[in-house]
Design a protein. Sequence first.
Length: 298
Amino acid sequence: MKKIIASTLLAIAFSSSHNIALASGNREADMLLKNAFSAEISQDYESAEKEYIAVIRDLQKRKPGGVTALRAQARLARVYILQGKFDKAEVYFKSLISAPPNIVKEDPELMVDLDDLSDAYLKLQNNNHYGYESLKRSLVLRRSINHNHPHLCESYRQLSQFCMRCSNYKESIFWILKTIEIEAKLPPTKQANLVVDKAFLAGLYYYNNQFEEALKTADDTLANIKTCACSKQMAGQMHMLKGRVNSSQKKFDQADKEFKLALDEQTGNSQTEQFAAQMIKVYRQKNEELRKKSRSRH
C-alpha cells in the first residue's frame, strides 16, 4: 500500500513539475513574441525576423502546432512580404493554410494576424513576377478566416483587374463573376458596386469578342442603374459600349442610336464627362466611316 501511495505522489510531482516547465516555456515564447511585435511595429524587420524565428524554433520542440507558433509564423511571413521576400514567406503561408480551421476560428488574435498577412500580400499586387500569386494568397487567407469575409469582393475584383491588365480576359471574367455573385444578393440600395462591376464585365466580354454577352450585360447594368438610382455616370458608358458592339456587327443605325443616347447622358462639365463625350464622338464618327465603306462595297 505504501508503495502505491509513493508511486502516486511521484506521478503527481512529475506532472506538476512538467506543467510548471511548460508554463515557463510559454512565458518565454510570449516574451520573444512581444519583442518581435515591438520590432515589427518599429519597422525593424531584421530584428523582428530573428525574434519570430526564435519563437518558432523554441515552440517546435514543445508545441509546434499551437496558436503561439501559428501567430509567429503569420507575423514572420508578413515581415518577409513587406520586404518583398515572397519565396521566404511561402513555407509559412503553406503551414498556416493547413492549420485546423477550429484553431483559427477560436483565436481572435490569430485571425487578426492572418488578416494582416492577407493585407500585406496586397502590397505586391503590382509586382510583375509575384503580383497574381500574391493576390491569390491574400484571397486564400481571407477565406481561411471567414468564408463570408467582408473583403472577398475586393479580392475577386483585384484578381479580375490584374488579369485584365495582362489581357487575360477569360480569367478576368471568371473572377469578376464571383464578385457579382456576392453583390447581386445585396438590396438595391447597396448595389452601387454591382453596377460598376457589371459595367466592367460588359467591357471584358467586348474585348473577349463575346458580343452577345456584352450586350446582355450592358442592358442588365442599365436596368440596375434605374433600380438602385446610383452610378448614373455608367449609363453613358454602357450605351457607348452597345454602340461599339453594334458597329462591329455592321448594325450602323442601331450603333448611331446608342452613341446618341450615350452623348445625352453626358450632361455635366467635369473633365471626365468632357473626355467621355469626346470619345463617344470619335466612335460615332468611326461608325459613319464604316457605314460608308460598307455601302461602297455593294
